[in-house]
Design a protein around this ligand. Structure first.
Ligand code: NAD
Length: 420
């Protein structure tokens, strides 16, 4: 494809990962571009009236990567640096992730270039509803289903579901997942991504002979994913020694009081001003010694400059795309860090989103125990497949996970054929 519309560092990173996996699979060249290229993208302008009376127009994006295996599925991100290239890369990764864990979905992602913390609750509601309103021609319960991602949450999903439902004239809970339970959400969805990542980390600790009760973990990002992972680690007896958010990082090798940090964030919306540990910069936190390092915020935070300095046994990629391809090569060369790649590590979120969608479509509900036990079965199965693929091709764990997802999408496209 000669188009430049997605041109960005993150999109280039996702494309290079695809090319490597396609080489490993010796994928037919006639299929490659079809499988890699996003199917369609939307850019919408979202005008809203601020509390001051001023009108501001925000730019919103959505990329639907492929439609060959069911509706597309993927989060919606509110962040000032969101652009079409980043959204396209995240949509691609969603495709491979959904295929890896056997969900009947293609990947999608959306975003608005905005810092949600600068908006009042009223303004945030207007923006969320306006974005959904603009997307109505392109989404549907069997077309494209959104979910929360960085900067968005359950409340935003409830507003978006309400906006879509008003349009169709009846309640349509399956149009988004990650809703509050009272608005058609699922038990276990809020904690699914963080808890799923912690669950997988624990299984890999066992593989390496590390006792969870004597292990330490550092988590970057203390939002939905990072804080839920921290809670799960506390339950496993693993000591959380470092946490951070956009305001800064906190570290204490003896362990942090996660309950207290959660209370602080609930009151103050961020960790700023917390006095539960020594203050460090986000960069410094990543380089502290620990057994597990879990990036749970942005892309590309483990890069060529710090990859040789991180001091963990397991890198748990709860965020999407946290490790650059250059850093990946350095870690592979080092050989002393086990990387749980993002498409596997954070797949708990979309797995339970799928459970939520199924429950909404069938007007039924499952208990939290049912949800989590079904989640763990799928995670274990995906992990086993990845380990076998890694052995089979003698490749990295990331290449194994990506090639599994990519080969499944390629096979679906090959079987369906190319419409003349
Ligand atoms: P969130 O908005 O709830 O939390 C993000 C956290 O990252 C916040 O604490 C924020 O302050 C922090 N952060 C932002 N910039 C930072 C920086 N420069 N340094 C350190 N911390 C920073 O978002 P989330 O839903 O927890 O998503 C986090 C990551 O997990 C994203 O990469 C997202 O794509 C991925 N993910 C989320 C889900 C989900 O279900 N929410 C599913 C799969 C993957």
């Amino acid at each position: 494809m000669n188009s430049n519309i997605y041109k960005s560092t993150v999109f280039d990173m996702a494309c290079l990962q695809f090319d490597r996996a396609a080489d490993i699979l010796q994928m037919d060249h006639r299929l490659r571009e079809r499988v890699k290229t996003p199917k369609r993208c939307m850019i919408v302008s979202c005008p809203i009236e601020l509390d001051t009376g001023e009108i501001v127009v925000y730019e919103g994006f959505r990329v639907q990567h492929h439609l060959s295996m069911g509706p597309t599925k993927g989060g919606l991100r509110f962040h000032p640096k969101v652009d079409l290239g980043e959204v396209a890369a995240l949509a691609m990764w969603m495709s491979w992730k959904c295929a890896l864990v056997d969900l009947p979905y293609g990947g999608a992602k959306g975003g608005i270039a905005v810092d949600p913390h600068t908006l009042s609750a009223n303004e945030l509601e207007h923006l969320s509803r306006r974005y959904m309103q603009e997307m109505i021609p392109f989404v549907g319960t069997n077309v494209d289903v959104m979910a929360p991602d960085m900067g968005t949450n359950e409340q935003i999903m409830a507003w978006m579901m309400d906006t879509y439902s008003s349009y169709v004239g009846s309640s349509a809970p399956a149009i988004v997942t990650g809703k509050p339970i009272g608005a058609g959400g699922s038990e276990g969805r809020r904690e699914a991504t963080g808890r799923g990542a912690a669950y997988l980390a624990r299984t890999y600790m066992q593989d390496l002979g590390i006792a969870p009760q004597s292990a330490t973990v550092i988590i970057q990002g203390f939002g939905n994913v990072g804080s839920e992972a921290a809670k799960a680690f506390v339950e496993y007896g693993t000591k959380v020694i470092g946490i951070s958010d956009v305001s800064g990082a906190f570290f204490n090798p003896k362990g942090l009081d996660i309950e207290d940090a959660l209370e602080h964030v609930a009151k103050n919306r961020s960790l700023a001003g917390w006095n539960g540990g020594d203050s460090l910069s986000n960069e410094e936190l990543l380089e502290q010694p620990c057994d597990l390092l879990m990036p749970a915020a942005l892309e590309r935070v483990i890069h060529a400059e710090n990859a040789s300095k991180i001091q963990c046994r397991i890198l748990c990629e709860a965020a999407n795309g946290p490790t650059t391809n250059e850093a990946d090569a350095i870690l592979l060369e080092r050989g002393d860090v086990l990387v749980i790649p993002d498409v596997l590590c954070n797949s708990g979120g979309v797995i339970v989103s799928y459970f939520e969608w199924v429950q909404d479509l069938q007007s039924t509900f499952w208990t939290r125990d049912e949800v989590l036990s079904k989640l763990y079965v799928i995670l274990e199965r995906a992990k086993t497949k990845v380990e076998k693929q890694k052995q089979r091709y003698g490749c990295s764990r990331r290449e194994a996970a990506l090639s599994l997802g990519i080969s499944k999408v390629a096979e679906a496209k090959r079987l369906r054929g190319l419409f003349p």
